[in-house]
Design a protein around this ligand. Sequence first.
Ligand code: NAD
Length: 256
Amino acid sequence: MPAPSFALTDRTALVTGAGGVIGRAIAEGLAASGAAVAVVDVTEDGARETVEAIEAEGGRAVAIGADVTDAASVADAVARTESELGALTDAVNCAGIAGGAPAEELSVEDWDQMIAINLTGVFLCAQAEARVMLPRERGAIVNIASMSGTISNKGLTQAHYNTSKAGVAHLTKALAAEWATRGIRVNSISPGYVETPMTTREEVTPEMRRMFEDDTPLGRLAVGSEIAGPAVFLLSDAASYCTGANLLVDGGFTVW
Ligand code: NAD
């Protein structure tokens, strides 16, 4: 038997939130595995550093500004990806926001914004991506959820965030079921705590951070690149029988 293939040679991928920490690591990981990558973030400027990092390693990438809550903007991003890099074969929907407030005080505006970006945004992106993939019966999509969609984080009051991420994991299963026989696999990754602005924001005190580390069997937060490997795997031919899966990449957090 030949070695399983994790290569993404001759693939064209789109990564949202790719100006952020996890999205950038994933975009760089896909490019290092052979894919040409559309680096999408809310502004084109926000995507540029990731493109420069990919090009510095000899990869091919383009920076695209798009708001994942706006269907027309997402459709434009897909069209630009195809015209500048080639037919879209792979996508990672990673854009997201965090936030916190006790549930009894959480405003409906904050709730709506969280759902619009973290859940509706993933739906709009997957829909636009599938619209070009389905006629070719070829594609793989990975949605970035969170372990917060499986557990509720001790010490954090973020009912809206947790709910949005549970939605992403279940949306992934629904899309996987609809598109399985039409050539598209859809999976989600649920990271645990990762070193990014989301976990270094003000409301995460040093005591809370220590608690995150203590509650994680591996004893530390992840770095962004530790989410890239699982994304490469799920997009690659090595994962040809994976669809509808929610891969927890959490240093063991959810085993306790
Ligand atoms: P980050 O803030 O570094 O990156 C998020 C990116 O999403 C930013 O570049 C931001 O500009 C972009 N974005 C926000 N709203 C957007 C919009 N409307 N349209 C387009 N882009 C938009 O944060 P990160 O930690 O790298 O988060 C990436 C993903 O990983 C998020 O979905 C997050 O929920 C998820 N996640 C993070 C952690 C963690 O511990 N950091 C854990 C689990 C899941």
